[in-house]
Design a protein around this ligand. Sequence first.
Ligand code: HEC
Length: 136
Amino acid sequence: MSLFASAVLQAAVAFTVVGDGIPQPLTAQPGDAARGRAIVANRQQGLCLLCHPGPFPEERAQGTVAGDLAGAGGRWTVPQLRLRVADARRLNPASPMPAFHVPPTEAQRPGRAWVGKPVLDAQQVEDVVAFLATLK
Ligand code: HEC
């Protein structure tokens, strides 16, 4: 059984990293911040709150091993947020944060936690990024 109970996900898309970000959106459709908030708060899907606290007054028992997501949109640009959500290990190979969206060829490398399908598909990454960008 997978750690992540996921709905039907689209295959991962390739992306280009420039500096410490991904400047191009992964999808033509802009991210939806409300859907992104739901993904971040969902304990089966995003798992973000396993590690991060955030501005979710309705959620009990939030994580303490990673930084508060509050203010993330002020600390990081949208391209920086996109890379951190898609594949934090590109920035820190030892990061405990899961790589949520790794393109297929990368995902097939040994040691990758999730082979074949991404934890979050491209639209979900864009939704999460749109939500994080509102956290100023
Ligand atoms: C297993 C723990 C874990 C999970 C799950 C996790 N993260 Fe992280 N995250 C971290 C850690 C630790 C860092 C600190 C940087 C590093 O070590 O890579 C981090 C860094 C970040 C950052 C940049 C730091 C900052 O200032 O905000 C963002 C944004 C972020 N995570 C968002 C998310 C989102 C959104 C999710 C869910 C889709 C998520 N994380 C899931 C552990 C986690």
